[in-house]
Design a protein around this ligand. Structure first.
Ligand code: ATP
Length: 317
């Protein structure tokens, strides 16, 4: 559905060159739900704008929904939906009229555009709001209308640029459910940008991590966390001296690696932490070290980003 090779975009700012996107390689298959995750300024929007033909690439190639972004931008636009960061809806129109007008813009008859508007009102739980003026909608309702507008022409591929920015957690979860439903009920391929780690983790089956214009990781959230971060175990013992002994014991437990001490605490990075913990507690007891507390923490995508870049994505965002 998306194939990009060495996609590159530079900007000239005064006499400086900003390398916003540097040689992006990307493959998205039919029906995937992919999150493009990275800190502010990583190059997410610039990549999206090139893939949606809003910005010509400086270099490289991309085919989107079967059309080349350079040689057939109109073909790309016909086949994709794009919901940018700002609202695309006219403030003073009524919700149903706004959807119907968009349908007319895509060449639907008056009747077909009304029918399509009603379908979309149902899909996005906007039926109660059909006659309301767009300017009176809440942030979450407005965002659902924006996505409905992006779906008027039934695109097989939908781009969403930071769809949940500015929404509270409850509205974010509600929107996520609608995005999942689009994929489930209509098989829409969805490519969305976000800097919300939890959203990428919970929503996407695949996460492409971008930093400073380059893809630095691309996998399922589970595999990224397991291979690039691992579980973190903290064992608290009675004293710093005990911690030294405990660290020696921990280093010998299968699955435990990167053992460090900090006062009376021993920190361990582990593969399969839930099976390492009982083995560790038994080994410590056998060595005569009394365990006071054990904490097992599952990794987050922020731990992945930290491992890859040495920086926290939370700080960057
Ligand atoms: N029109 C422009 N002119 C000059 N520099 C630009 C332009 N657009 C983007 N940039 C620069 O390119 C880099 C990537 O920007 P981009 O907007 O793609 O990042 P982003 O990952 O989408 O960030 P955000 O999460 O803040 O939206 C940044 O350094 C930005 O300042």
């Amino acid at each position: 559905m998306i194939r990009a090779r060495k996609l590159t975009r530079h900007f000239r700012v005064k006499k400086e060159t900003v390398e916003a996107v540097r040689g992006l390689d990307l493959d998205v298959e039919d029906g995937e739900l992919v999150a493009f995750l990275g800190p502010n300024g990583a190059g997410k929007s610039t990549s999206l704008r090139m893939l949606t033909t809003l910005l010509p690439p400086t270099d490289g190639t991309a085919t989107v929904a079967g059309a080349d972004v350079r040689t057939d931008p109109a073909g790309v636009r016909q086949r994709i939906g794009y919901v940018g960061q700002g609202s695309g809806a006219g403030h003073y129109f009524r919700v149903r009229d706004e959807l119907a007008t968009q349908g007319r813009c895509y060449g639907l008859s008056r009747r077909a555009s009304r029918t399509r508007a009603d379908e979309l009102l149902a899909v996005f739980d906007l039926e109660q709001l059909a006659t309301r003026t767009v300017s009176t909608l809440s942030g979450g309702q407005r965002r659902r209308l924006d996505i409905a507008i992006g779906m008027v022409h039934r695109p097989r591929l939908l781009f969403l640029d930071e769809p949940s920015t500015g929404l509270d957690p409850q509205n974010r979860a509600h929107l996520a459910e609608h995005i999942r439903r689009l994929r489930r009920d209509f098989g829409t391929t969805i490519f969305l940008t976000t800097h919300y780690l939890e959203e990428a983790d919970a929503l996407a089956e695949r996460v492409v991590v971008i930093d400073r214009g380059t893809v630095i990781a691309d996998d399922t959230p589970e595999r990224l966390k397991a291979t690039l971060a691992g579980d973190r175990i903290t064992v608290t013992v009675g004293s710093a001296a005990d911690a030294g002994r405990a660290a020696g014991v921990a280093a010998g437990v299968p699955g435990a690696h990167e053992v460090t001490t900090d006062g009376a605490a021993v920190r361990i990075r582990a593969t399969g932490g839930d099976t390492v913990v009982p083995e560790l507690v038994l080994a410590l007891a056998a060595a005569g070290v009394r365990t006071r507390a054990v904490d097992l923490r599952r990794p987050t995508l922020d731990d992945v980003f930290l491992t890859l870049t040495g920086r926290s994505l939370r700080e960057g965002a």
